[in-house]
Design a protein around this ligand. Structure first.
Ligand SMILES: *Cc1c(COP(=O)(O)O)cnc(C)c1O
Length: 387
């Protein structure tokens, strides 16, 4: 069995986790802040808030920005559902902007056109959530320029993209956004088992996210509301938060994985380059790379040129799965999900995203994938296409 993605764990990772298990704190100890600092330093962001998933990070990022029931969020349809669900958690409304046919990221021209149109008669978004699909950055400079013009905030869903770069700078530095979110699920670039992080250069957003990740409770003397001096108060709940904390056990794994982050991304590039070459004679579109981008290559996504292939998308997918190659689809447009269709979305809403979905397959890419396994994937795919 060859999955499309998987974690890479070495003895140093195991030792780091065991160290925490034998220490005084399994959670709320020193390792979470150390992991936060390591990621913030790597990315060049001022603040970082570790949580138990990227989904939680997206939720508290929306809340920190003040997203509420009267607000609208725009994102890309070609993403995991969590990029859109975070808006619904806040009672806000979600809408989608179609994708770029080459990068498969939210298309800036479509965003600009939709903003201009909606400004005339509708409700402009309070937040736009660009997603760096497969680890390739969106055109953040252009999206940022639009945010200045139309007054929306930006949350980068960089769940795929830690270790990637945009214009030579690390994704996560928040140069063109308010908050950036990473995921540490095992299929992502580095893992904590489950986990996520929100980075920002805004002190107030950081403070609010810290509060929300732990019940809205503070023990900071400056934050405590005055109470009778006879009463002893060592903490107060001043907002409605959640238990979204990361444990020190998870953070230890993440901190250890950070040491190999660059190595992981380099290995992913080697695999991607090899696929690019091996596919050059087959009727598939390999991932196009924007010159401003250095992808983390979380995914290696191919598009089948179905007009030149004697099988359907589904048949090719099934041949691969039957051969034990656990390919996947990234992604079915979010608004096609039954839950979203009930909200009124229907087929045809984002034609580019739908066309992409009808042709796309994510094939295995992860640091431990051997050349022999890679050859096997290509051979099975070649046979499926040609037979
Ligand atoms: C994985 C992923 C998430 C959610 O990450 P979790 O850490 O599993 O909550 C959100 N957005 C995108 C684009 C993802 O790929």
């Amino acid at each position: 069995m060859i999955p499309y993605g998987r974690q890479n764990i070495n003895q140093a990772d195991i030792d780091a986790v065991v160290d925490v298990l034998q220490s005084d704190f399994l959670t709320q100890g020193p390792v979470v802040p150390a992991f936060e600092k390591a990621v913030a330093n790597y990315c060049g962001a001022q603040h970082s808030v570790a949580v138990n998933s990227a989904t939680s990070a997206l939720h508290i990022a929306c809340l920190a920005i003040g997203l509420g029931t009267a607000d609208v969020v725009w994102t890309t349809p070609t993403t995991f559902v969590a990029s859109a669900n975070c808006a619904l958690y806040c009672g806000a409304t979600v809408d989608f902007v179609d994708i770029d046919p080459r990068t498969y990221n939210l298309r800036v021209e479509r965003l600009a056109a939709k903003l201009a149109e909606v400004e005339k008669y509708g409700k402009l978004p309070k937040v736009v959530i660009p997603v760096h699909l497969a680890g390739q950055s969106c055109d953040m400079k252009a999206i940022h320029a639009l945010s200045q013009k139309y007054g929306f905030k930006i949350i980068e869903d960089a769940s795929h993209a830690i270790g990637g770069r945009y214009n030579e700078e690390p994704i996560g530095n928040c140069r063109y956004s308010d908050i950036t979110v990473f995921s540490f699920h095992p299929v992502k670039i580095i893992t904590t088992g489950e986990g996520g992080m929100a980075l920002t250069n805004d002190k107030q957003f950081a403070k609010r996210m810290r509060l929300l990740r732990s019940h809205g409770i503070t023990s900071d003397a400056a934050e405590l509301q005055p109470r009778s001096p006879e009463e002893l108060w060592n903490y107060q709940q001043i907002d409605l938060g959640f238990n979204y904390r990361m444990t020190d056990i998870h953070a230890a794994l993440g901190l250890s994985q950070m040491q190999r982050l660059d190595e992981f991304v380099i290995k992913r590039h080697t695999i991607a380059k090899r696929y690019d070459q091996m596919f050059s004679s087959l009727p598939v579109v390999t991932p196009w790379q924007h010159p401003d981008s250095y992808s983390s290559y979380h995914l290696y996504v191919i598009r089948l040129k179905l007009a030149e292939i004697n099988k359907t998308h589904r048949q090719i997918y099934e041949v691969l799965r039957t051969a034990g190659i656990l390919v996947n689809l990234h992604y079915i447009p979010v608004y096609r999900q039954p839950y979203y269709e009930k909200m009124g979305f229907s087929v045809g809403y984002c034609p580019e995203a739908e066309q992409y979905y009808s042709e796309v397959i994510s094939i295995p890419i992860y640091p431990g994938l051997s050349e022999a396994q890679q050859n096997h994937v290509v051979n099975v795919l070649r046979k499926a296409i040609i037979a």
